[in-house]
Design a protein around this ligand. Structure first.
Ligand code: FEO
Length: 402
């Protein structure tokens, strides 16, 4: 039975959170042993209640049961769909079924089309423009479009009287933390889960993180609480998560952090990488390493997470079937799809009978923001001249950082 948390965030606003530790691969892609939560919110007013988002459909019954503990279903006047992805909209059809479709759905015009196509449910749907307001029982709700955080349908709601900004995916993170709020003792442990979530889920739209944060800042809202639909609620220091997201949006690097990713079938690549690691460490770099070997397989989500704030990336790849090692080929493509940042890349290729990899990689990377500073080709076991060559390539990499 998944754990459910129900709490009053501020007067008249409840959070309903379910801890999903059953989803092993979020979006059927990203390995998340840290789990994820879905947070729905309920605002009670003098003139009925508003529900904001819901939970994944596998928890629909539990969602309804939790909802009933804070509100009579008959009192629900509106259901706001901030974003139609089924991790948030999945339990809304159940709620509509149990309320004879009485609550009016509210969302972005695109959310209306998506909701109908996903669930084949016809219900009254009020589409809202950017900055449109709704007055309900003494509460003013302001809907703010935040496109591409994470889909084009996404919006946030500002509850003016309470200074609460409900943000759905934005400002969320992976992780099932033992607390609901941004307590000082838990934030540092949580932020790496936020970083992994941002790059894996929203990374492709990174520039929109920056644009939307600047847009929200320009609205001069008096934000006291940021309440996302995943992870911790920020009511002690909401600016912490805004600043953190902004840095991730810019892919701001941490000084001297270098990411090294490699595959090694029989240890030849690993020997070359060991030279690189020892050289980088002796020059004072903080190196984060991920490997694919016959007894280790790194998580691509974790690799992306450490890529976003690295100053540079080193790839060690074998030639396989005459081409780039398949896992490394996938990683290189995902790095472009999800991160595409102006970071230097050093590529070391070790080949046996196959040709060294060069042209296909260059073509791949020339169309991205990454800059290949050097491509080192090694045949089989590294020799002294290869070691010298590797050291020179590290010089080239470091030069780009100055
Ligand atoms: Fe948490 Fe894009 O859904």
């Amino acid at each position: 039975m998944p754990r459910v948390h129900i709490d009053k965030v501020v007067e008249n606003l409840y959070v309903l959170r379910v801890d999903d530790d059953e989803t092993k691969y979020f979006e059927a892609l990203w390995y998340i042993p840290e789990g994820i939560t879905y947070n729905s919110y309920v605002l009670t007013t003098r003139n009925g209640a508003v529900v904001f988002d819901s939970w994944k459909s596998r928890y629909a019954d539990l969602f309804i049961e939790s909802l009933k503990s804070v509100v009579d279903l008959r009192d629900i006047k509106h259901v706001v769909i901030h974003h139609t992805e089924p991790d948030h909209s999945g339990s809304i059809p159940k709620l509509l079924e149990l309320t004879d479709k009485k609550p009016v759905l509210i969302g972005h015009p695109l959310a209306k089309a998506l909701f109908t196509s996903f669930y084949n449910v016809e219900a009254e749907f009020r589409t809202v423009r950017d900055q449109e307001e709704l007055l309900l029982g003494g509460k003013k709700l302001r809907f703010i479009h935040v496109p591409w955080l994470h889909w084009p349908d996404t919006m946030a709601t500002y509850i003016e009287e309470e200074g609460v900004l409900l943000t759905c995916d934005a400002f969320g993170g992976y992780g099932v933390m033992p607390v609901l709020y941004d307590e000082e003792t838990i934030v540092q442990q949580y932020l790496p889960y936020v970083r992994k979530y941002v790059v894996t889920v929203i990374g492709h739209y990174r520039e929109h993180i920056v644009k939307n944060i600047e847009k929200i800042a320009g609205l001069k809202l008096s934000i006291k609480v940021i309440a996302p639909a995943h992870g911790l609620i920020w009511r002690n220091n909401p600016q912490t998560i805004i600043n953190y997201y902004y840095k991730l949006g810019l892919a701001s690097p941490i000084e001297r952090k270098i990411l090294v990713i490699y595959d090694s079938m029989y240890g030849f690549v690993e020997r070359a990488i060991n030279v690189v690691l020892s050289e980088l460490k002796s020059r004072g770099f903080d190196v984060k390493t991920y490997a694919f070997t016959d007894n280790r397989q790194a998580s691509i989500g974790d690799i992306l997470s450490d890529a976003v704030d690295s100053v540079g990336i080193v790839i060690g790849a074998s030639t396989y079937d005459g081409k780039l090692f398949p896992t490394m080929s996938t990683i290189l493509r995902i790095l472009i799809e999800k991160l595409n940042a102006e970071k230097p890349l050093l590529i070391i290729n070790v080949s046996g009978w196959g040709k060294p990899i060069d042209e296909s990689l260059k073509t791949l990377y020339e169309s991205s923001k990454f800059k290949v500073v050097d491509l080192v080709g090694i045949k089989g076991l590294i020799q002294d001249n290869d070691i010298d060559r590797l050291k020179r390539s590290i010089d080239s990499l470091i030069k780009t950082l100055q």
